[in-house]
Design a protein around this ligand. Structure first.
Ligand code: SF4
Length: 272
């Protein structure tokens, strides 16, 4: 399959990272991700089956992808996700298999995920104030996330990294308290300034790799089977129409130099 194809794009960036959104559904309603009025979820037939996702990951791995992150929505709300992790972990060429979760169900799944072959997790946490957390997530229970973080640490899904979304910067009080919390527990923390797909407002992730367009190594598989070469672009290639190999290759070939805007994209179908 590989032939003389290489996963370098037109800007000489090595594309070796695939973020896989397994669902558009979530058990939270974060104010900067989901609209107040809720969302019309994708139908069961629109969502890729685990077999289809595995085929895309398999082809991506054969083309040169060696890092896979499972995202959502909230990946742990989709039944059977542990089984998908188990299958992906069997691929020798995938050297880094991780998940981004809101942590609400992590206490229940941490040991199963580790046993299935997951390497590590990022958990979203924007504040340590239970009331603000409930307000930011429209009803979330902070205690469950804190227990989820402990469960992930105890299960060995390390490093457990914390993703903190800020309004503007890590100088904000919520972010400052998280710095202390993470320092005490040895948890790497990354600060993600609120992004706006429609206006193209995004920045470099503090403490992470996101937003560094000149070094961008990632593709995204959306929950309904589109390969997106860039979060801040409307370019997408349908794996059901084109087949995984052609969709992946076209995404690499047409990956933009940097993000602009995405009018059609939604964080909860692309996994951020
Ligand atoms: S905006 Fe696009 S090119 Fe830039 S880092 Fe994000 S995904 Fe990569």
């Amino acid at each position: 399959m590989k032939g003389n194809w290489s996963m370098f794009d037109r800007y000489d960036r090595k594309i070796d990272y695939l973020r896989v959104s397994v669902t558009d559904r979530c058990n939270l309603r974060c104010v900067y991700c989901m609209p107040e009025e809720g969302v019309v979820s994708l139908s069961h037939t629109d969502i890729l089956s685990y077999e289809e996702i595995l085929e895309v990951v398999n082809v991506a791995a054969s083309l040169g992808v060696n890092k896979v992150r499972i995202t959502g929505g909230e990946p742990l709300v989709r039944k059977g996700v542990v089984g998908l992790i188990r299958e992906i972990s069997k691929l020798d060429s995938i050297r880094d298999l991780s998940m981004t979760s809101n942590g609400i169900l992590m206490e229940e799944y941490a040991d199963q995920l580790k046993e299935a072959g997951l390497h590590r997790v990022n958990i979203s946490l924007d504040t340590l104030d239970p009331d603000r957390y409930r307000q930011l997530t429209r009803g979330g229970d902070l205690d469950r996330v804190l227990r989820g973080i402990s469960a992930a640490l105890n299960a060995g899904l390390t490093p457990v990294k914390i993703n903190c979304v800020t309004e503007q910067s890590s100088a904000e009080p919520d972010a400052r308290s998280l710095v202390e919390f993470c320092r005490e527990r040895g948890l790497p923390v990354r600060f993600i300034r609120r992004m706006n797909l429609a206006t193209g407002d995004f920045g470099v992730v503090e403490g992470g790799e996101g937003g560094k367009c000149s070094q961008c190594n990632r593709l995204r598989l959306t929950a309904n089977g589109k390969i997106k070469p860039c979060l801040f672009s409307d370019l997408e290639y349908d794996v059901r129409e084109l087949g995984p190999e052609k969709a992946l290759k076209m995404a690499v070939s047409w990956k933009p130099a940097s993000g602009t805007v995405s009018l059609s994209g939604r964080f909860y179908t692309t996994g951020g």
